[in-house]
Design a protein around this ligand. Structure first.
Ligand SMILES: Nc1ncnc2c1ncn2[C@@H]1O[C@H](COP(=O)(O)OP(=O)(O)OP(=O)(O)O)[C@@H](O)[C@H]1O
Length: 275
């Protein structure tokens, strides 16, 4: 398998205002430092890390929403220089147009891409069916549950046929049962569509359930601490993956890597609050 995405020694420094207004200056804040890893075509990579370690920053860079301060991010060997339809992004908040139906929300983006009306409708129906929402196409967002809205958001991203799906805690706002259902559905969608997926989460269980590999980040400045090859999927065909010994072992391994980073991040937060 070839590399779809490569982070080549990427750092990101933000300029922030001094908290002491009298100083009137600007100081630098290193959010990501020397991030270096790659993702294969068709791979599902989960990314976990303590709060504030730079997960969303990393995803924003991949989405082309911001640029690295140093280093390069390559997509199919070419540097990313802005947003593009080759990358779909799904955020925690569904960001649907409230005045458009589920189908209308999906069709809207396709319209701006110049897809003819008949084709737009077919594509919207296909992806609504893929996310289990056939029959709900004429519902407005306020008539859908949180899980359904997130399904529409996923369908909308997939409708552009992106090669890469970037997901920033997409299930974090959902209740536990809906979250588990959507995780299973996402795995099925990934198997059917063979997209390259990078999935950010706070949940270790979610990371282990979904990712073929799980990348663990350090506390700030964020960098990749370790990438675990997740064997949970290869060892079990029929059982509930979450109850296997391999799942528990991998979960434990990731928590061991994270524990120290979470405590560093908490110490930093306390220091910042008391400064
Ligand atoms: N535009 C910005 N300007 C200044 N600082 C920023 C900016 N965006 C992010 N940061 C800082 O960079 C750090 C990383 O933020 P980011 O949102 O990427 O972390 P995260 O790991 O996604 O956090 P969480 O898990 O809490 O969502 C944080 O300390 C944040 O305050």
């Amino acid at each position: 398998m070839t590399n779809k995405i490569e982070f080549d020694h990427v750092s990101k420094i933000f300029k922030i205002r001094e908290s002491d207004e009298r100083k009137g200056g600007v100081k630098e804040f290193t959010a990501l430092k020397n991030v270096h890893f790659s993702v294969k075509t068709g791979e599902f990579l989960s990314l976990v890390g303590p709060s504030g370690c730079g997960k969303s920053t990393l995803l924003d860079l991949l989405g082309g929403l911001t640029k690295p301060t140093s280093g390069r991010i390559l997509l199919d060997g070419k540097p990313i220089d802005g947003p593009g339809l080759d990358r779909g992004i799904v955020f925690q908040q569904y960001a649907l147009f409230p005045w458009k139906t589920a189908k209308g929300n999906i069709e809207f983006g396709l319209e701006s891409k110049g897809v003819p009306k008949k084709e737009r409708t077919e594509i919207a129906r296909h992806f609504l069916s893929l996310v289990g929402l056939s029959g709900f196409e004429n519902r407005y967002p306020h008539e859908l549950s949180g899980g359904m809205k997130q399904r529409v958001a996923i369908a909308r991203s997939l409708a552009f046929n992106p090669e890469v799906l970037l997901m920033d805690e997409p299930f974090a706002a959902l209740d536990a049962q809906t979250r588990e259902t959507l995780q299973t559905e996402l795995l099925q969608i990934w198997e059917k569509t063979k997209k390259t997926i990078i999935f950010i989460t706070h949940g270790i269980d979610e990371a282990v359930y979904l990712g073929q590999r799980v990348a663990v980040m350090t506390s700030r400045p964020g960098t990749i601490k370790q990438i675990i090859n997740n064997q949970v999927h290869s060892n079990s065909e029929e059982e509930d993956l979450r109850s296997t010994a391999e799942f528990a072992r991998t979960r434990h391994q990731i928590w061991d890597l994270l524990r120290e980073e979470v405590s560093k991040a908490q110490t930093f937060e306390k220091k910042t609050q008391s400064a």
